[in-house]
Write a protein that binds this ligand. Structure first.
Ligand code: XMP
Length: 362
């Protein structure tokens, strides 16, 4: 007799009690379902004392950050700041080809910007009579993330560079589960980000973690989202990794390559939607191989990038199968991408299952 409406009410009550009537809460939002649902719940509970921060890392999909702003701020009434970090992220990624290094740079840059913003919010709060310190950090952790983190062996065994939806290294979530207290008084102390939060923001007290979705599975979060009046398109959205297009380009992420992958992805996803098969696929994107292949344009030979289309079905994202498109549709997708995206000479479809492949390219 577990009901979603009861859950919302209970959770709001719990959040209000925990946070009290002064403290501020911050949380990163990616535009994905988990962080959006968590942010909406927080807004229902404490209004503008919840501060959502969206960082555009320059590796988002076409118009994504603009849409996040529209949806969260205008439609859902969430107190949101959007930060354009494109220049900083792409600058730091210049010349970097190693996958783990790319992830690390993206995660650290995210933290740098997020921390700056958190400090700014706290400063601003100081001047308003009713506002309190930023003492909570919202994280859209789901039950499967909790389970995953419990299987870690200890500090050295954590997966440092896998980011959660907000983009913070997962280690910062995972470690929190090593504090077996009451489920809320756990401090973020696991990594660079959190230790910096501790010293700078929290006067040594530590930023406390708020995880309203930690007992829910993905389909329950989607239901919760519908109840909170979040648009169906967002509720059903394909997952998008924190490092974004960065893990969908095999090698260095240059602005040119990012733009090509972004345009190709937009065509691919639009055609999936037009074919009314979006809901049959669990996740899809267009990636880019940085080696170039020969193509023909008019009557000249050209060198162009190779686009890798990936679409999978999965129930748990631990294993996955390639989606079986009608061949004619795949060919139509390839044709449009080559014709419409400058710099692409061919298109391939990734037939790998997971394992041995992964869903993302890197
Ligand atoms: P893989 O590529 O490991 O991905 O098969 C499994 C699922 O996790 C997502 N993924 C990420 N999500 N930050 C995220 O927020 C990441 O760093 C990250 N890496 C992979 C991936 O999109 C897929 O849904």
């Amino acid at each position: 007799n577990w009901k979603m409406s009861d859950f919302i009410e209970q959770e709001i009550t719990r959040i209000r009690k925990l946070v009290g009537d002064k403290a501020q809460v911050i949380g990163a939002v990616s535009g994905g379902v988990d962080s959006t649902v968590a942010a909406k719940l927080m807004t229902e509970a404490i209004g503008d004392r919840f501060h959502a921060v969206h960082i555009d890392n320059g590796l988002m999909r076409l118009d994504e950050s603009k849409e996040v702003k529209e949806t969260l701020k205008e439609h859902l009434g969430i107190n949101l700041t959007v930060i354009d970090g494109t220049e900083l992220f792409l600058g730091r990624l210049k010349g970097v080809t190693e996958p783990e290094k790319k992830r690390k740079i993206i995660g650290e840059t995210f933290i740098d910007l997020f921390e700056k913003e958190a400090i700014r919010i706290e400063k601003e709060a100081e001047n308003t009579p009713n506002a309190g310190k930023v003492s909570w950090f919202l994280q859209g952790t789901l039950y499967p993330d909790v389970i995953e983190s419990l299987s870690f062996k200890g500090p050295s065994a954590t997966i440092k560079t896998h980011h959660n939806v907000g983009g913070l290294p997962k280690a910062s979530i995972s470690f929190s589960h090593y504090f077996p207290s009451d489920g809320v008084k756990r401090q973020l102390v696991a990594d660079r980000s959190t230790s910096r939060f501790d010293t700078r923001m929290m006067d040594g007290q530590g930023l406390r973690l708020l995880e309203p979705l930690r007992e829910l599975f993905k389909d329950e979060v989607r239901n919760l989202g519908r109840r909170l009046k979040i648009h169906e398109d967002l509720v059903n959205r394909f997952p998008f990794p924190g490092p974004g297009i960065g893990v969908r380009i095999l090698g260095e992420c240059t602005p040119e390559r990012i733009e090509i992958a972004r345009q190709a992805d937009h065509i691919f996803i639009s055609m999936i939607k037009e074919a009314k098969i979006y809901n049959k696929i669990s996740q899809a994107y267009a990636g880019l191989d940085t080696s170039k292949a020969v193509g023909v344009m008019g009557d000249t030979r050209v060198y162009g990038y190779i686009i890798i289309l990936r679409a999978v079905t999965t129930s748990d994202f631990m294993s996955a199968e390639p989606y079986e498109f009608p061949f004619s549709l795949l060919k139509a997708m390839a044709r449009r991408i080559v014709n419409e995206v400058d710099g692409v000479s061919r298109v391939t479809y990734d037939l790998s299952s997971k394992p041995p492949g992964t869903i993302e390219l890197e």
